[in-house]
Design a protein around this ligand. Structure first.
Ligand SMILES: Nc1ncnc2c1ncn2[C@@H]1O[C@H](COP(=O)(O)OP(=O)(O)O)[C@@H](O)[C@H]1O
Ligand SMILES: [Mg+2]
Length: 227
């Protein structure tokens, strides 16, 4: 199995605290919330960063976690890791019948955290994610992990996240502060509700805590439970 290491391990206190809060909220969402996907309205709202930190945080708390990069259109997760060892296969290999689940899994620095990267580009991501092999993958992973976390593309651009959410018990919506109109957020929420997956929360990202501070002064995520 290939081994992957995160390139940038910079930690920020406020961000870490917000991630811990998010982890606790996912854990308290109930025992039947095991497969969770994360999406947003627009690109660059922070989905991939947040879901990767959430996965690490869960692993640090002793949970067995698999993180899947289901953004088959603009994958960034792989670029944030250094890969060592065996040949790397990804989700698109599995979905097109070119790899087994175990061939697609990578081991991270955290003993209980494994990852599946997106793999090479495919012409029909939505179709593949809506197919039988994706359903079978999630079913199989559920048996082996406490949590299956899935990164997706923005739902305001493509339908993939709604398709993925059908296989999940919960979906979390990342909203970058000041970047998304209320109306747009409502439209995306309505789209998720149509896929019949519980919205377990909204994560407000890039909240400007104190103006006048540098880049990382903005590093903050806040979690609001839905109920
Ligand atoms: N809270 C934040 N404050 C400042 N920059 C952030 C924050 N969250 C994410 N970013 C940065 O924004 C960019 C996009 O984040 P990413 O997680 O790739 O978004 P997405 O997956 O939604 O497209 C990255 O460069 C990331 O480092
Ligand atoms: Mg992303």
């Amino acid at each position: 199995m290939p081994i992957v290491k995160l390139k940038d391990k910079t930690q920020h206190f406020q961000f870490d605290e917000a991630i811990k809060m998010l982890r606790t909220n996912v854990e308290f969402a109930g025992e039947n919330v095991q497969a969770v996907c994360i999406t947003s309205c627009l690109p660059n709202e922070g989905k991939s960063s947040i879901v990767a930190r959430l996965a690490e945080s869960m692993a640090q708390a002793g949970k067995k976690v698999v993180l899947i990069d289901a953004d088959l259109r603009k994958s960034v997760l792989l670029g944030r890791y250094i890969v060592e060892g065996a040949e790397l296969k990804g989700l698109s290999h599995f979905l097109t019948g070119q790899g087994t689940i175990s061939e697609c899994l990578c081991q991270t620095d955290y003993p209980t955290l494994q990852m599946i990267f997106s793999g090479p580009d495919v012409p029909n991501p939505a179709e593949l994610l809506g197919g039988k092999r994706f359903t079978a993958l999630i079913e199989a992973l559920r048996k082996n992990y406490d949590y299956v976390l899935i990164d997706t593309p923005p739902l305001g651009s493509v339908i993939d996240a709604a398709i993925v959410s059908r296989q999940c018990d919960g979906v979390a919506l990342v909203i970058a502060s000041g970047e998304v109109s209320y109306k747009f957020a409502q439209q995306v929420k309505a789209q998720l509700e149509m896929s019949d997956c519980k919205i377990i929360g909204v994560i407000m990202n890039k909240v400007n805590m104190e103006s006048g501070k540098g880049y990382y002064g903005k590093y903050y995520g806040k979690y609001y439970g839905r109920d």
